[in-house]
Design a protein around this ligand. Structure first.
Ligand SMILES: C[S@@+](CC[C@H](N)C(=O)[O-])C[C@H]1O[C@@H](n2cnc3c(N)ncnc32)[C@H](O)[C@@H]1O
Length: 319
């Protein structure tokens, strides 16, 4: 995470006692794992927000930032001036977008929880140059008065919305998208299914898929397989204490979809799993521009392609 964000989070967590934070983190994690939709926001209370800052923000920031890198790779000419982020939480997408495009001028952040908005505002104020406006609202009913933005985003939110409300929400997000829409979800089979449904709906609405898919064809993966990516995130000392974790890092699994109103040039194949290496050869699971997917053995005999493949990691493109 950017240093000012880390420092802001540290100072908000300074006076919190460990047992209270641990209990809040346990409750939050159980609610997320169960994908509980009981009419209450997971982060309705101040202590739940602090638990999110301590245990989830570094990972969601890493996933969101990685998704923006993939988006920017697919559209190097895209330099958003305006951002509309739905379910903004503590401002994860705002911080990641400013990191990717420091020239961002304006951000509208829609967030249902007053406790989260307060924290997001406190973290961003005085440190983020873009004009950021935090708006109270329910994404499933309150998006009508908003103006379109260059980049519209919704990260780790679809899993908190009733499945029946998702098509209308995706429709509204696309209407508000002047250029590109980014959706990020947990890298679970359920998260992938939500991304697949949104992908289908967006393609039917005329969207061009920028990433991760290098094609518009139906997804070639079949359950129990699913498309997802991973980012290794260092755990702070506090994070380790709160989660009673021995390992100083965690792997955040995520899935994303970047869809644009602009046609995209031909996109190279994308690596869908950790590469399996050997001396002078590598096996990559690839999603191909022709809409197929599968493992491919590449060796020195493949020349320049092998040179790229040898360095490629899970989530990278071969371009
Ligand atoms: C898991 S957090 C994700 C926060 C942030 N986007 C991130 O990636 O770190 C989900 C956020 O969406 C908000 N949220 C959930 N349902 C919402 C809705 N219907 N309208 C607006 N915000 C919502 C929650 O209050 C919470 O702050």
């Amino acid at each position: 995470m950017p240093a000012p964000l880390r420092q802001g989070v540290d100072s908000l967590l300074e006076k919190v006692t460990l047992p209270v934070l641990k209990q809040a983190a346990r409750t939050l994690s159980e609610r997320y794992r169960a994908e509980l939709r009981d009419g209450r926001l997971h982060m309705g209370e101040d202590m739940a927000v602090k638990a999110y800052l301590a245990t989830r923000l570094p990972a969601t920031y890493a996933a969101v930032r990685a998704s923006l890198i993939a988006l920017a790779d697919a559209r190097p000419d895209f330099h958003p001036k305006t951002l509309l982020d739905i379910g903004a939480g503590p401002g994860t997408m705002l911080w990641a977008t400013v990191d990717a495009w420091p020239e961002l001028e304006q951000a509208i952040l829609v967030e249902a929880s007053a406790a989260v908005r307060k924290v997001g505002q406190a973290l961003a104020s005085g440190t983020i140059a873009a004009r950021a406006e935090w708006i109270a609202g329910d994404a499933t009913i309150d998006l009508d008065g908003l103006k379109p933005a260059d980049l519209v985003s919704i990260a780790y939110v679809l899993d908190e919305v009733a499945p029946a409300s998702l098509p209308k929400l995706v429709h509204r997000l696309w209407q508000l998208t002047a250029d590109t829409l980014l959706i990020v979800e947990p890298g679970t089979p359920a998260g992938w299914q939500r991304i697949l449904a949104a992908r289908q709906q967006l393609i039917e609405a005329g969207a061009h898929i920028l990433a991760p898919c290098p094609h518009q064809a139906p997804c070639p993966l079949k359950p129990p397989d699913w498309c997802h990516f991973s980012r290794r995130v260092a755990r702070s000392r506090l994070h380790r204490l709160v989660k009673e974790a021995d390992v100083p890092w965690e792997d955040e699994k995520f899935i994303y979809l970047a869809a644009s109103r602009q046609p995209t040039p031909v996109r190279p194949a994308r690596v869908l799993a950790p590469p399996k290496g050997g001396s002078g050869k590598v096996v990559l699971k690839l999603c191909q521009p022709d809409g197929s997917a599968g493992e491919q053995l590449l060796s020195k005999r493949d020349g320049d392609v092998f040179k790229i493949a040898r360095r490629a990691d899970w989530g990278d493109t071969l371009g």
